[in-house]
Write a protein that binds this ligand. Structure first.
Ligand code: FMN
Length: 187
């Protein structure tokens, strides 16, 4: 996770449990600090790895997309990969992506609730991501990236209010809404 704070960019790791943190520590670069940030609750396994300006690096790792370097923070989701596939079988590959997507949906909702925005990033260079963090084998694999921050409107996109069609058909059943043509809904 690469975040900007007080004008400095920092690299962090957030584990989903103490087991995972221990495994990650064993796989990542030996020089990483693994320090709990000041004020971080003990129950949150968030660790500072390194200080420095990593904005350009974050952009480059996500296919040179500015959204990865310009936000408040961006992150790559690292899944326990080889061991989980060997233990559970090939079907678990799809499940790992499903889980990363579910975490992404939570980030979309939480960012919105916090008054900022976020974007899933499916385009990234996984080998360079692994090099940056010192991952040398298939124990962990980067599956999905995400960026969170203030938003910039893209005038190329059209935004409609949610459930616009439904709001124009009072008491309509879902079937009516699904099968309505836009011209039928004009008032
Ligand atoms: C899995 C996934 C990967 C995405 N990858 C990128 C990406 O690499 N770059 C980007 O600008 N947006 C990316 N997006 C965001 C989409 O382009 C789009 O902004 C988002 O899905 C909202 O669009 P919608 O309102 O039309 O659903 C991604 C979204 C998802 C769900």
């Amino acid at each position: 996770m690469l975040g900007t704070h007080d004008g400095m960019t920092r690299a962090y790791a957030l584990g989903r449990g103490s087991d995972q943190v221990a495994k990650l520590k064993g796989c990542k670069h030996a020089h990483f600090a693994w320090q709990a940030p000041p004020g971080c609750p003990e129950s949150l396994p968030l660790y500072l790895l390194e200080r420095g300006d990593a904005r350009q690096l974050a952009t480059q790792l996500s296919c040179r997309q500015d959204i990865a370097g310009d936000g408040a923070f961006s992150l790559g989701m690292l899944a326990e990969y080889q061991a989980s596939l060997v233990a559970r079988g090939p079907w678990f590959y799809r499940r790992l992506f499903w889980e990363a997507g579910a975490i992404g949906q939570v980030l979309y909702l939480e960012a919105e609730a916090a008054g900022v925005r976020s974007t899933g990033i499916g385009c990234f260079f996984d080998d360079p991501v692994h090099q940056v963090f010192g991952l040398k084998d298939l124990a962990f694999q980067s599956l999905y990236h995400f960026t969170v921050g203030g938003y910039v409107d893209d005038p190329r996109l059209t935004t409609l209010p949610p459930y616009e069609a439904a709001s124009k058909v009072p008491l309509a059943t879902p079937e009516v809404v699904l099968h309505s043509r836009p011209q039928d809904l004009k008032q």
